[in-house]
Design a protein around this ligand. Structure first.
Ligand SMILES: [Zn+2]
Length: 226
C-alpha cells in the first residue's frame, strides 16, 4: 500500500461484495465473516460427489470438485454475477486462490496443468476477459500448477476455413473446442476450470477433446455448483 492507495481507500473504500462492510487491508473481495460462511461443498474430500457423478457414463474424469453451492437468491450468487458482468476480475483471482489454498493437500495439487474453459468469442469481446481464466490464475498461484490460456480454444462457425482445416482433426462432435497444441498435453494430468457447473456438458466437451491426446487424464474444478 502506498499513499495513493491509502487515499483511494479513504475516498472509495473497498467493500465486502456480500455484506458491503468496509474491508480492512488484510481482506479482499469478502470480509472475514462472509469468507468464513461461504457455503463450501467440501467435494474435494469425497471422490463420489455430485459434480463427479455428473460425468459418470459420459466421460472419464479423474476428480471433480466445486468450491461453493450456488443457488438463486443465495447471498453468494453476487460473487459470480460481479465476476461475469461487473468487470470484477479480482473476484475470480481471489476466489480461485482461496479455493486453491483449500485444495493444497488434495489430489488436485498433483496436476500438471490448469486450462480454463474458453469463452465464446462474442462474449469475450463484450466482457473483455474470460472469467474462467481469472479463476484458473488464482488456482494456479495457490496450487503452484502452471496454467495456459491458449491451448484449449473455442471455434465458432463462420471462422475461416483455413483455420478450421488446420485443427480439423481435433474438432469434437459439436465442433466447439479445439486444441492448438495437442502434443504439449501428452501424458499430463490436466485440470479444466469453469465458473459454474450445471449440466456439465461444456466441461464434458472440453474433456473429450483433451482425452484424445495420448496419456492425458482430466480433472474438473469450478467455483460454484448450481
Ligand atoms: Zn461481508
Amino acid at each position: 500500500m502506498n499513499f495513493k492507495d491509502d487515499l483511494l481507500q479513504f475516498f472509495f473504500p473497498e467493500l465486502c461484495v456480500v455484506c458491503h462492510r468496509i474491508l480492512t487491508r488484510q481482506e479482499s473481495v469478502l470480509c472475514m465473516d462472509c469468507f468464513f460462511h461461504i457455503p463450501r461443498t467440501e467435494f474435494h474430500k469425497d471422490p463420489e460427489n455430485a459434480v463427479a457423478q455428473l460425468f459418470w457414463g459420459r466421460v472419464g474424469i479423474e476428480n471433480a470438485a466445486a468450491f461453493f453451492y450456488f443457488s438463486k437468491g443465495s447471498l453468494y450468487q453476487v460473487l459470480i454475477h460481479k465476476l461475469k458482468y461487473r468487470g470484477r476480475k479480482d473476484i475470480g483471482i481471489e476466489m480461485g486462490r482461496a479455493f486453491g489454498a483449500e485444495l493444497k493437500s488434495s489430489i488436485f495439487a498433483s496436476a500438471n496443468l490448469i486450462l480454463p474453459v474458453p469463452l465464446h468469442p462474442s462474449k469475450l469481446k463484450l466482457r473483455g476477459y474470460n472469467q474462467s481464466e481469472m479463476i484458473a490464475e488464482g488456482l494456479s498461484r495457490a496450487l503452484e500448477v502452471a496454467t495456459d490460456f491458449n491451448i484449449l480454444q473455442r471455434v465458432v462457425s463462420g471462422q475461416s476455413q483455413t483455420r478450421k482445416s488446420r485443427f480439423d482433426r481435433y474438432l469434437n462432435a459439436e465442433g466447439k473446442y479445439v486444441l492448438s497444441n495437442p502434443a504439449a498435453l501428452e501424458g499430463k494430468h490436466i485440470i479444466i476450470v469453469d465458473d459454474v457447473v450445471t449440466t456439465g456438458s461444456t466441461l464434458e466437451a472440453c474433456a473429450i477433446e483433451i482425452l484424445r491426446v495420448p496419456g492425458t487424464r482430466v480433472s474438473v474444478l469450478t467455483l460454484a455448483v448450481a
